[in-house]
Design a protein around this ligand. Structure first.
Ligand SMILES: C[S@@+](CC[C@H](N)C(=O)[O-])C[C@H]1O[C@@H](n2cnc3c(N)ncnc32)[C@H](O)[C@@H]1O
Length: 241
């Protein structure tokens, strides 16, 4: 019987191809199959950003690309069946002895589809060794681009994956020194109103596409009211700034 291939979760970082780790590059070079998450959400640009980053870092010519569809829906059954289907597809390759590297934007253990996929891969390919190559997260890149330290001394940091509940954000602003607000593009104006009402708008900055050629840091966040923001934007509020 053939040995199972290894299943890797590989973080490709926030966008700059030079921000892949040496390990990520080596794993991607040696993997036979590159598994690529694809979302059905137009705001996140369906096309895999992780693949665009990986392609800018290494030559993927000749590799088998395995596209895995993850619908952007709140329907639990639809999500489960898509993840199960993706897991079965990956397991088929692993069970035939091939190494599969699942690429993910930023870090695989930080708000990534990798963690949802893994249990299903394990179910269908229990023998396959699993390894994770950490990546540089988007918030790390965002604060580096803006030259603002995320935390100093005893500052407390809160990362908010999607700030859809404004009242909750209001409470978090009272309890933490720094807030990292991800996926802010759709609710930016409401967050801006909240920050203005608390006198915190001048303590905030928005970073879009950190590490991409179109990277942007905006400190005058009021100037962004009513504009269409990139999905790859992070708003950081740092009271100590
Ligand atoms: C699903 S999360 C990304 C999680 C990823 N695993 C990580 O390690 O950052 C998507 C959100 O990350 C943020 N993001 C991703 N790439 C970014 C970039 N290059 N610059 C600024 N924010 C980014 C945005 O807030 C976006 O809505």
């Amino acid at each position: 019987m053939k040995h199972s291939g290894t299943f890797y979760g590989v973080g490709v970082g926030p966008g700059d191809p030079e921000l892949l780790t040496v390990k990520a590059v080596n794993v991607l070079k040696s993997a036979e199959v590159i598994a690529v998450p694809r979302s059905s959400d137009s705001s996140s640009d369906g096309a895999s950003q992780a693949l665009l980053i990986a392609k800018r870092a290494i030559d993927l010519e000749g590799k088998e690309l395995m596209e895995l569809l993850f619908p952007m829906t709140k329907d639990k059954d639809a999500l489960k069946s898509a993840r199960r289907e993706a897991g079965a597809k990956v397991a088929l390759a692993l069970n035939s002895g091939r190494t599969v590297a699942f690429i993910t934007l930023g870090d695989p253990m930080f708000y990534s589809t990798f963690s949802y996929l893994l249990p299903f891969v394990r179910e269908f390919s229990p023998e396959a060794p699993v390894k994770v190559v950490p990546g540089i997260t988007s918030y790390s890149a965002a604060v580096s681009t803006a030259l603002v330290p995320l935390a100093e001394a005893d500052e407390k940091v809160m990362i908010v994956p999607a700030a859809y509940d404004i009242d909750e954000v209001r409470g978090l602003l009272d309890s933490f020194d720094t807030l990292v607000l991800m996926k802010v593009n759709r609710i930016f104006d409401r967050i801006l109103d909240l920050l203005v009402s608390k006198g915190l708008d001048e303590k905030a900055f928005l970073v879009s596409r950190a590490g991409w050629p179109e990277e942007k840091v905006v400190s005058d966040i009021k100037s962004l009211r009513g504009t269409k923001l990139d999905y790859f934007s992070t708003l950081i509020v740092k009271k100590g700034v």
